[in-house]
Design a protein. Structure first.
Length: 186
């Protein structure tokens, strides 16, 4: 209460000082200075008591939010780096796996090519063998046909030369012996 009584007493003395203030154009009247000081003090106390804590609380909350956002961003960046490293490692593993698969496929293809080549060579050898057997059989058949034809021709010629007909079996035996002798001489 002493502050209020001092303000009231000063306000009562203010008109006396107002005369002095009127004489100096730069200085305001004392009652205006007092009311201005009182208003400033009240406003300062109200701001200090109510507004400053609210503003400080808002600033602190904003600082905490920014700090938590920065921490979250750091955590997210670390997770992204971890994921990136995982992907890079997986990519390297996939490249290695694909190189391994390609190498296995190449080796498998080489083995298959070699197997097919061996199989083809075996088939060629078998075909050659069969062809030689067929040729030998055809030669044998042709020789048999040739012998029979030569025998028939020889019998006909011999009958014409001898003018008599020998029995067929004797003629065939004679011709066979002649062909064998001619074959062994050749």
């Amino acid at each position: 209460m002493s502050l209020i009584t001092a303000v009231v007493r000063f306000a009562q003395e203010a008109p006396a000082h107002a005369e002095e203030a009127k004489s100096n154009p730069i200085l305001p009247a004392w009652n205006e200075v007092i009311w201005g000081a009182i208003s400033f003090t009240i406003l300062f106390v109200l701001i200090a008591k109510y507004a400053y804590p609210a503003v400080k609380k808002g600033i602190d909350a904003r600082a905490d939010k920014i700090r938590s956002s920065l921490d979250e961003a750091e955590r997210t960046r670390d997770e992204a780096n971890t994921i990136l490293e995982d992907y890079r490692r997986q990519l390297a593993d996939a490249k290695n796996e694909s190189a391994r698969i390609i190498e296995e496929a190449r080796q498998s293809a080489d083995k298959l090519r070699q197997d097919l080549k061996k199989q083809a060579e075996a088939e060629v050898a078998e075909i050659k063998s069969r062809a030689q057997e067929d040729i030998a059989a055809q030669v044998e058949r042709a020789m048999g046909d040739l012998r029979a034809r030569v025998a028939d021709m020889t019998i006909e010629l011999t009958e014409k030369v001898v003018q008599r007909n020998l029995d067929r079996e004797t003629n065939l035996a004679l011709i066979e012996r002649f062909i064998d002798e001619a074959g062994s001489a050749a």
